[in-house]
Design a protein around this ligand. Structure first.
Ligand SMILES: [Fe+2]
Length: 282
């Protein structure tokens, strides 16, 4: 029996406010989209076990943005867990979501009959503990130790990892490093039953393999998208943004299958039913 889990990412609430001027209109539009997203999830996926927001809830870590987020997701008929992104801010985030913190980081393990979901904190820290807003992610020694303990605790169980930063480069530019990548990958391989790594941060829907593990990213669910770079693009590492359609992730899991669907919740013109009906298997 397929179990359903939802994923949203990279809301960047407050980005339009910070821009000022026309940014106010942009912010209103992003918040309108977020309300539409929440309504869509509640309408079509009330049977989800839980939702996870994969980081960058707020563009500059405004407390007001976190309050808005909490107020809106409280309308969902299931829990919405959160991850830290490089645009979030530690003080306001940790005050808004104290229950998401374990051992000083935004990390937790969620046990489900489909497997264990390990939510990891991939945001780099400065020496004084503040968040580094640069784009590269990391798992420091303390977080790798936490992960090692959890993987040992859940030996023999299927594991799904969720984190903000992808653990490897995702395109021709090969420009984003990930601190602790080798140790991280070794831990996952040693466990042997890590079925998938789900990420945000890239603002593009993407799926593939990283070593022997499935790897995916999501669109921003309400804000700007990254346009796929090519070798023809000008400055390496300077991504172009666009306002292409937004989507969120609907993940179905059973013993055989890990199925991540990208759902476009606005601008979809329904054209009626298909002529044939595919039989449901018994
Ligand atoms: Fe982001």
């Amino acid at each position: 029996m397929l179990r359903k889990f939802l994923q949203i990412a990279d809301l960047h609430l407050g980005m339009g406010v910070a821009a000022g001027g026309e940014g106010g209109g942009r912010e209103r539009e992003v918040r309108r989209r977020f309300r539409a997203l929440v309504s869509h999830m509640a309408r079509w996926h009330a049977d989800a076990v839980f939702c996870v927001c994969l980081g960058d809830i707020a563009h500059r870590g405004d407390a007001e943005a976190y309050a808005f987020f909490k107020r809106e997701v409280s309308h969902l008929p299931f829990e919405c867990r959160v991850l830290l992104g490089n645009h979030d801010a530690w003080r306001t985030f940790s005050e808004a979501f104290p229950e998401s913190i374990e051992g000083g980081f935004v990390q937790s393990a969620i046990e489900d009959e489909a497997g264990v979901f390990l939510l990891l904190d991939s945001v780099a820290r400065a020496k004084d503990g503040s968040l580094l807003t640069h784009v590269e992610g990391e798992l420091c020694a303390a977080r790798l130790r936490w992960l090692r303990e959890k993987l040992a605790m859940y030996a023999g169980r299927d594991v799904f990892v969720m984190m903000h930063h992808p653990p490897c480069s995702l395109d021709v530019w090969e420009c984003e490093g990930f601190g602790g990548e080798r140790e991280f990958r070794t831990l996952l391989e040693q466990h042997g039953r890590v079925r998938y790594v789900f990420c945000g941060h890239y603002h593009r829907p993407m799926s593939g393999m990283w070593g022997g593990t499935g790897l995916s990213c999501l669109h921003s669910s309400v804000s700007h998208q990254t346009l796929l770079p090519s070798v023809e693009d000008g400055e390496v590492g300077r991504y172009r943004y666009g306002d292409e359609a937004m989507s969120y992730g609907v993940l179905w899991v059973d013993a055989d299958r890990v199925l991540l669907h990208h759902v476009f919740y606005e601008g979809v013109e329904e054209l009626g039913y298909a002529e044939g009906v595919i039989r449901r298997r018994e």
